[in-house]
Design a protein around this ligand. Structure first.
Ligand SMILES: [Zn+2]
Length: 284
């Protein structure tokens, strides 16, 4: 039996920060707990699922698989617990499709307690999944920074409209060693500042959108060793599939777009992005 809840569109999903958690290791000093079994009302976490509404969307079929990449890369941020389309894809199907086109791993981001537990379950079940948890409170940002620094883990930030405030806070309290702006949404100036400070910029499918010149300007000035790629699936499906369900197997579409923008070979950029991903999260 599936437990589902309807979820809002991404604009309404606050994601100020996500801290990838090493799921095998309890926090120092805490009581080791069993891997979560009760995701929802004591249920089996493998059965947990959220559903994205298909209301008002013309085409909710999954886009065709792109040509496989020559060099494997990773999806730096995705939500595989959210089913989309007429028939959702299971975690196994998602990973199989991704692997078939050269996407060798995903960072699965939970957005609340239940989806974070699902993320931890997914990571414990599949070696190619790394779990991240996001706590949806802007006030928790400084606590997240402190947590990431204390445990020496990477921090993903979803900064939508608070560029100055986020940069100021990171500067004031000191950023974690590995700080990632997931679904980077700033402009060239912000990209320069972030890259100068050693942060990573993760580009999602919206970089392909007609009205997103600011993102392409940002991409143009970002040093290659600071670039990551993600889907934020099932949202932000890259052109020409905008509005249809997104999934990690569509990473090649966005990667090839990034490479074309930079006047590079996709495999060359892919190799750099894969190395950047390992630099941030380690091998997975
Ligand atoms: Zn997200």
């Amino acid at each position: 039996m599936s437990t589902s809840s309807s979820i809002p569109e991404p604009a309404a999903v606050p994601e100020p920060a996500a801290v990838p958690e090493p799921v095998q290791e309890p926090a120092p000093g805490s009581t080791p707990v069993e891997r979560p079994r009760g995701t929802v009302d004591g249920g089996d976490p493998s059965q947990y699922v959220r559903e994205r509404s298909t209301d008002g969307r013309r085409d909710v079929s999954y886009p065709p698989a792109p040509e496989p990449l020559g060099i494997p890369v990773y999806d730096n941020h995705t939500h595989l617990e959210i089913e989309d389309g007429e028939t959702g894809l299971s975690l196994d199907e998602q990973l199989e499709r991704a692997l078939a086109v050269g996407v060798h791993g995903v960072v699965q981001a939970g957005g609340d307690v239940d989806s974070s537990r699902w993320s931890a379950w997914a990571a414990a079940t599949h070696p190619r999944v790394l779990a991240a948890v996001a706590i949806a409170q802007i006030r928790s940002f400084e606590a997240h920074i402190a947590l990431a620094k204390k445990h020496g883990i990477a921090m993903q930030i979803h900064d939508r409209d608070a560029h100055d405030a986020v940069l100021e806070t990171l500067e004031r309290v000191g950023a974690p060693e590995k700080t990632v702006f997931h679904c980077f949404s700033g402009d060239a100036e912000m990209a320069r500042i972030a890259a100068d400070r050693g942060y990573y910029l993760s580009f999602a499918g919206n970089v392909t959108f007609k009205n997103a010149q600011n993102l392409r300007d940002a991409l143009a000035v970002t040093p290659l060793e600071r670039i990551l790629v993600e889907t934020d699936a099932p949202f932000l499906t890259p052109a020409p599939y905008r509005g249809r369900p997104n999934a990690p197997y569509l990473i090649p579409v966005t990667l090839r777009f990034l490479a074309a923008e930079r006047g590079m070979d996709a495999d060359e950029l892919g190799a750099q992005i894969a190395a950047n991903t390992v630099e941030v999260y380690g091998e997975f």
